[in-house]
Design a protein. Sequence first.
Length: 185
Amino acid sequence: MNIRMRVGMGSIVLMLGGLLLAGCGSMAQSAAVIDLSGVTQNWDKVIPAAQRFVVLPAFNNDAVRDNETGLVWEQSPSTATNDWTNARFECARRTTGGRQGWRLPSVHELASLVDPSVAAPGPTIPAGHPFTNVQSSHYWSAATSADFPTSAWLVFFGSGDVFTSVKAGSLHAWCVRGGMNADTY
């Protein structure tokens, strides 16, 4: 699907294929055209790391777009650890690449970075990825355990395993933008 967006003073025009969607305001001002035709979610495809992950110059090269999921990840997650509540706050307060709007990922989004062919001790992310500072350790997701509300889901990047831990524990956070956030599974 061809997607184009035009942003001008007080207006937005979005082209989806042949369908025109317009926002309010005047297009009399000059407008920049942003081509979004290559940005899709491809959860049904396996994309090699060289094409899957794109470092984003618009984020001062501090963020990476995952072309499989359409998500934007921090290129270099913090090596600090926090309990679950503080990890959520840290992501919400984060300014990475000059942008705000970061959050903890859902457990499914976080697990989408796991490459099961990478053996322990990991980190179990695809070879050729552009990330730095990824620890072979536990990373919080935003998902609270439905059975145990004092626990949250996490991904262990030392093996790729997914499980829960008490929210009072001190684990890593890898912040993300975009997609949909579901807090409970």
